[in-house]
Design a protein. Sequence first.
Length: 182
Amino acid sequence: MNAKPAALIVIDVQQAFDNPAWGRNNPKLEANLQVLLDTWRSNDWPVVLVRHDSVMDGSPLAPGQPGNAFKAGIDGKHNLLVTKSVNSAFYGTPDLEAWLRANQISSVVITGIQTNYCCETTARMAGNLGFETIFAIDATATFPKETEFGLASADELYRATAINLDGEFATVLTTQQVLDRL
């Protein structure tokens, strides 16, 4: 990473994603994310929290619903809160790209839920916008998905995201590898 600390971007780690019936992978998400948050917060490095504020009727992620709240340990000291209703944190409010550039931050570390949706989309955009992008794969999690094209397990989607991003849009690392690079 560059000399100026990377911004740690924590995407959609909200209570609505705690439904055990959904089959989430990576039970170590919270522990890995907490290590990163503790490291960033103790060093006063930039932390960006991203919250999905759904506009869909009945969504547990809608503002005012209990599921919209961050999970325990997330809503601590941070430099920016971005709210969004789409996949990319770069299409939220306030403008993430403008904030990063105004603060001369050229590197980001992406974490959160869901690996293959909002985290991957944000990482792709960050890479395309010229930010050095680190994707902390074991500080993300996702769920299985079934469409007319078949069923993919959460672990398959997680792995596919790592393969899609690494070397093209981001450098995919584990939490320990991120810490080792600091």
